[in-house]
Design a protein around this ligand. Sequence first.
Ligand code: HEC
Ligand code: HEC
Length: 200
Amino acid sequence: MKKIAIALSLLVSLVGTVNATGNAEAGKNKAAMCTACHGSDGNSLIDMYPKLAGQHADYIVKQLSDFKSGARKDPIMMGMAAALSPQDMADIGAYYQSMQVTEGTSTEESVRLAQDLYRGGDMERKIAACIACHGPRGNGSGLAKFPKISNQHASYLVAQLKKFRSGERANDPQSMMGDTAAKLTDSEITALANYLGGLH
Ligand code: HEC
Ligand code: HEC
């Protein structure tokens, strides 16, 4: 009985998260006002603004609805998302997913400092391996809404890891990221962020 109940609740939660189907062509027009910060092709030129090109559509939709509801807080993005409908979010997500992300690089030092942590975590300190959710190449998973984190700007990644660590960003299901980031030191965060650029 218990197993059936779990299976049913899983099914309900899966069905419950089915999004409106996105249309990339429509999304391109709707994203016109986003280009100022996120770049004309989804590759922002300023490294505090995340690249959106190649990001999973479902993850983008989740973030936009989290900004709209206030579950994820950012003064700029909460304003930008306020007027978007679920259909707008789906179209914008489809559009950015279809764009090509520009490649980043990893510094040699960051590979030395961060690769083991990324691949294996730290058993003693109970830090989960990033690879378990974000994958060997940092591509995440569209279905699970694990974001693609490779090729992303290091400054943006540092800011997000610190926000997860402090609890300022807490829109991650089951505190998956909060629990992980809570145990990271500043230098580990910097090393991880610089490592992820070249992980593709
Ligand atoms: C004035 C600059 C600016 C504009 C315009 C802007 N954004 Fe953003 N966007 C940001 C910043 C800054 C962040 C990071 C916020 C944070 O620290 O959490 C962000 C984050 C995001 C994220 C989260 C990305 C991730 O990897 O989690 C998405 C999705 C996004 N923006 C989509 C959009 C869309 C769609 C539009 C247009 C409707 C838009 N943005 C317009 C500055 C902007
Ligand atoms: C148990 C799964 C899991 C593990 C392990 C995990 N993450 Fe995440 N990560 C997530 C999820 C889920 C999100 C998106 C949360 C949300 O919905 O906003 C995320 C988001 C992120 C983001 C924000 C991306 C963006 O575009 O804003 C970064 C950066 C990140 N993770 C890095 C890491 C690093 C580095 C590690 C290892 C130290 C790690 N993650 C371990 C599940 C995980």
